[in-house]
Design a protein around this ligand. Sequence first.
Ligand code: NAD
Length: 252
Amino acid sequence: MTEGHDFTGRTALITGAASGIGAATARWLDQQGIARLILIDLDGDGLNKLDLSCEVETHAADVADEAFWQGLEPKLDRLDHAVVNAGIGTGGQIAELDFAEWRRVMAINLDGAFLTLSTALRAMRNAGGGSAVVTASVTGIKPVPGIGAYGVSKAAVAHMARIAAAENAGHSIRINAIAPGGVDTAIWNSPELQAQFAEHGREAVIAQMGQTTPRGRFATADELARDIGYLLSDASANVTGTVLTSDGGYTL
Ligand code: NAD
């Protein structure tokens, strides 16, 4: 169902589009009547399973692969929106995290976001304007123990969005970050949690984790898609360089 937004004739690029928040955002934009989606994910099969009615171009690719972006950029003849969303979670305190794991998270969550956003911004400048949303996290705002590399990567991408917003306002491009709290997606299917899911059921474990949120539960990916959609849409024409928390009150 459309929600009164007009994405007619527009093209959006979404990374991490095969699952969770990225897939929900692709579906939401499709429902709002977007003309074309460029969907990128490591999981090419997942991308091809999305049932969308607009024109779709899929790429099974790693967002941290500079050569992929160098190959894609000349083909981006029109780009109006970008959702810089692919990311991975990880655990580990700063004092205990090994460097290889730190680098792995930074390569995807930070370097990958830089490659995505910088490529998209050049294409949007050529198109005469646009809007982008970077998926950050409440863990980039509130220092949550035990997920050091992840939290740092998310604080960094939120700040990257703010810097890019200041740099591109004169090009009619808006860039905002969204900072979700817990969202019930596959990112929570870590090996440690899998054992708990098997014992207590996935929904019960996620509900338990949601109790640290004043709202009392995790968000759905569709709820996040609507918030991202607002930031992409003309309804937020005066909003740039903000970090929108969509967290059920977690950061209160
Ligand atoms: P998800 O695991 O359902 O989706 C992430 C997608 O990104 C997957 O399809 C995965 O294949 C893809 N991906 C991972 N690494 C990639 C790479 N190198 N190149 C291309 N694609 C890659 O998880 P999600 O919750 O939908 O995550 C989306 C974003 O939201 C992430 O940036 C995540 O950090 C952020 N986020 C999630 C939550 C949450 O609770 N789910 C909270 C805050 C922020």
